[in-house]
Write a protein that binds this ligand. Structure first.
Ligand code: PMP
Length: 292
């Protein structure tokens, strides 16, 4: 089956799915997006992703030309037309086509794109062995410049981190905020475990309100793990018993080494492994069903 893309209300073949060079998403990174997973025909946490999308849109004063219900329908229909039960959905809303000036008032209609694709994920061994990671010198955008809670198309901050991760030959890296507190990865949230307590930085530190992060916080409550949202430093990461990243693509992935320090036993720890198992138990049930 060929890949069908949703583009501004139409379903088009991949080759025809093009936007204007005057689109401000292209010219200025002016827009927002979501990365969503579909597991066994279930759009995992669909409502939460759409809520974050519409919140990001409100924050940057971007009018999404579809109602919430129409957007959910567009997602469902794109998935159905691609016949994809397991995959990754990229939902992009850019400011739309304007002129070369910055002014968003010159962009009368936002562009909406939905792409459904196979996902390249970490091999299963990585979830047992854990990732090697490093901290990088690029700092997280400060919230009063470009708030990291907005899932904007402007990902240069994250890309600079990814470049440093590539140079260190690691898949994900740890970004600090301007004060030196741990913020998040290039495209994942971060958690540490110390003496049985699970910690994650509060989002005001400079982190996206990750949907997986929220699911893990909920699971911690359900499973009886004490969880604290509080700022911590790299030192706390180095001496943690367990460290893991969370994200739509990565799910819950252990970290075995940070800046040359071996974390815990040097592989996925018991709480990380338990949370991953429980997380995988909810991905096919919590969301919107497209196929059963
Ligand atoms: N932080 C950043 C910067 C991200 O891009 C992502 C991926 N969307 C995350 C965290 C994880 O968020 P989620 O669990 O919603 O995928």
């Amino acid at each position: 089956m060929s890949q069908v893309i949703y583009l501004n209300g139409q379903f088009v073949e991949k080759e025809q799915a093009v936007v204007s060079v005057f689109d401000h998403g292209f010219l200025y990174g002016d827009g927002i997006f979501e990365g969503i997973r579909i597991y066994g025909g279930n759009i995992f946490k669909c409502r939460e992703h759409l809520n974050r999308l519409y919140d990001s849109a409100k924050s940057i004063m971007l009018d999404i030309p579809l109602s919430y219900e129409e957007m959910e329908q567009a997602l469902v229909e794109t998935i159905r037309r691609n016949g994809m039960k397991d995959g990754y959905i990229r939902l992009v809303v850019s400011r739309g086509t304007g002129n070369l000036g910055l002014d968003p008032r010159r962009c009368p209609v936002a562009s909406v794109v939905i792409i459904v694709e196979q996902l390249a994920i970490y091999p299963e061994e990585a979830y047992v062995q854990g990732l090697k990671t490093v901290s990088v010198s690029s700092r997280r955008n400060i919230p009063d410049a470009l708030n990291p809670k907005i899932k904007s198309l402007n990902y240069l901050n994250n890309i600079l981190v990814k470049i440093q991760a590539n140079l260190a030959d690691v898949g994900e890296a740890i970004m600090l905020n301007a004060q030196g507190y741990v913020a998040e990865g290039s495209s994942d949230n971060i958690f540490i475990v110390k003496n049985g307590i699970v910690f994650t930085p509060p989002c005001y530190i400079g982190a996206l309100e990750g949907i997986t992060r929220a699911a893990i916080i909920e699971l911690c409550e359900k499973l009886g793990y004490k969880l604290k949202e509080e700022p911590f430093t790299l030192h706390d990461v180095y001496v943690a018993d367990e460290v893991f990243f969370t994200g739509t693509a990565a799910e819950v992935i252990a970290v075995r080494e940070v800046d040359g320090r071996i974390i815990g036993s040097g592989q996925a720890g018991p709480i990380t492994t338990h949370l991953l198992q429980e997380f995988r138990g909810i991905v096919t049930v919590d969301g919107v069903k497209v196929f059963s």
